[in-house]
Ligand binder design. Structure first.
Ligand SMILES: Cc1cc2nc3c(=O)[nH]c(=O)nc-3n(C[C@H](O)[C@H](O)[C@H](O)COP(=O)(O)OP(=O)(O)OC[C@H]3O[C@@H](n4cnc5c(N)ncnc54)[C@H](O)[C@@H]3O)c2cc1C
Length: 385
């Protein structure tokens, strides 16, 4: 059954997902074209988890915030449909939902995120939804002096690498505070630590790692043939450690009905439009942009919202995606703020500072979502109403 639309004068926009890119799209459309669009958000999750802060959980610094989705979607003037996307029929401009229902759209935004897979059998692969359960015991073992060496490994097609560096620095700081000897090693395919932020910021991160006595093996791929055994390529270096933590590998989402690129990611142009699918857009980790980060997901969502607002007749001139990377690195002491423009896959205008370089100074820098969440933090009861 096709669900009828409400207002025939408004462009029916369906946003699929309940993460950074989806919420940013809905909030941006509410700002840019509130009279011209009727927005529905389809998501299976009832909470938005603030993933970046989950790295603090194993150190008993508190739990990452979870925000109920319904008030955020309502705050964006949108309708929330708690369900999953099953498939798309771009010719009829309808989406099929998990419950068998179908919904018609005039514009569709796919903000489905990426799928994560553990690359290594003999490593603990980090998962934001269970960071504390997964790593709290390890931190306790380090504090107790039972673990003396730790490797943190990034596979080839890695997720956002910042958490790996944060875990290394925070673990080294905790060991130092507890007066415990710990050898910490990062193995990464990056040319330099957090190379994507450009030379100056990467240099600052290298100095931080050196001061914390964290060794970083760059331009390297690790195999882990057995527990605690690392074979590092290229070359013949072998490393024996007590424990190994790894980042997951990322794959694109399962979407039936549209063409998918390499590893299942969705190919989009500079305005977020999906190739060969009229009125279908995508933003965030689901797309084939190589850097998977919340701030970039939000910038892609803003570009998509502008394109749709213009399509709906609002007085908006769409921008092209022109990414600026902003990252707040937790260190175990004060955070460091890193920023770079991304051109040709590399960081230029590289900056770092111990003072915030953007406002509000949060981990997911997003034009609409960041101030919205900051407001919810100030007035939790109002935003949960
Ligand atoms: C430990 C950790 C630390 C991080 N630190 C930072 C940081 O400091 N700064 C930063 O900017 N980024 C950080 N990131 C990365 C950031 O979390 C992601 O890049 C960001 O969440 C991507 O946003 P997204 O909207 O594309 O995808 P997601 O946030 O993953 O959202 C995808 C949404 O789609 C929904 N979905 C999936 N399939 C379907 C379906 N079939 N139908 C309907 N809905 C569906 C999911 O339920 C989810 O709600 C970190 C990530 C991790 C894991």
């Amino acid at each position: 059954m096709t669900t009828p639309t409400t207002d025939p004068h408004k462009l029916r926009v369906i946003v699929v997902g309940g993460g950074v890119a989806a919420l940013e799209t809905a909030l941006a459309l509410h700002e840019l074209a509130p009279q011209q669009t009727a927005v529905s958000v389809i998501a299976p999750n009832d909470e938005f988890m603030y993933r970046p802060m989950t790295v603090c959980e194993p150190f008993a610094y508190g739990t990452a915030k979870r925000y109920p989705l319904a008030p955020i979607v309502a705050g964006a003037g949108a309708e929330l449909i708690v369900d999953q996307l099953a498939s798309i029929d771009p010719d009829r401009r309808v989406v099929h939902l998990g419950d068998g229902d179908e919904r018609a759209y005039d514009a569709l935004v796919l903000a489905l995120g990426a799928k994560t897979h553990a690359r290594y059998e003999h490593a603990t692969t980090i998962d934001a939804s269970s960071m504390d359960t997964m790593l709290h015991g390890l931190i306790q073992d380090i504090e107790g002096g039972y673990v003396h060496s730790l490797a943190l490994v990034a596979p080839g097609r890695m997720a956002w690498p910042l958490p790996l560096y944060e875990l290394a620095l925070m673990t080294a700081a905790r060991a130092y505070d507890m007066n415990v000897e710990l050898q910490t090693t990062i193995v990464t395919p990056e040319d330099t630590p957090l190379a994507v932020f450009g030379a100056e910021a990467s240099g600052a991160v290298s100095r931080l790692l050196a001061a914390a006595r964290v060794e970083t093996i760059t331009s390297a791929y690790a195999e882990i043939p057995a527990m605690g055994q690392l074979a590092i390529n290229p070359g013949d270096r072998r490393l024996a450690v007590d424990r190994v933590i790894a980042l997951p590998e990322l794959f694109g989402p399962d979407v039936r009905g549209i063409p998918l690129g390499e590893h299942g990611f969705i190919h989009v142009d500079r305005f977020g439009a999906v190739s060969d699918c009229e009125r279908v857009y995508a933003a965030g980790d689901a797309t084939d942009f190589p850097i998977k980060q919340g701030g970039l997901a939000a910038q892609q969502a803003d570009v998509v919202a502008q394109a749709i607002a213009a399509l709906a007749g609002a007085a908006v001139t769409p921008d092209q995606f022109d990414p600026t990377l902003q990252g707040m690195l937790l260190t175990g002491a004060s955070p460091i703020y890193l920023s770079a423009r991304i051109t040709g896959g590399r960081g230029s205008h590289s900056q770092f500072s111990d003072k915030p370089l953007w406002s509000p100074p949060v981990k997911i820098a997003a034009r609409y979502l960041a101030p919205y969440l900051a407001g919810a933090d100030r007035e939790p009861s109002a935003s949960a109403a």
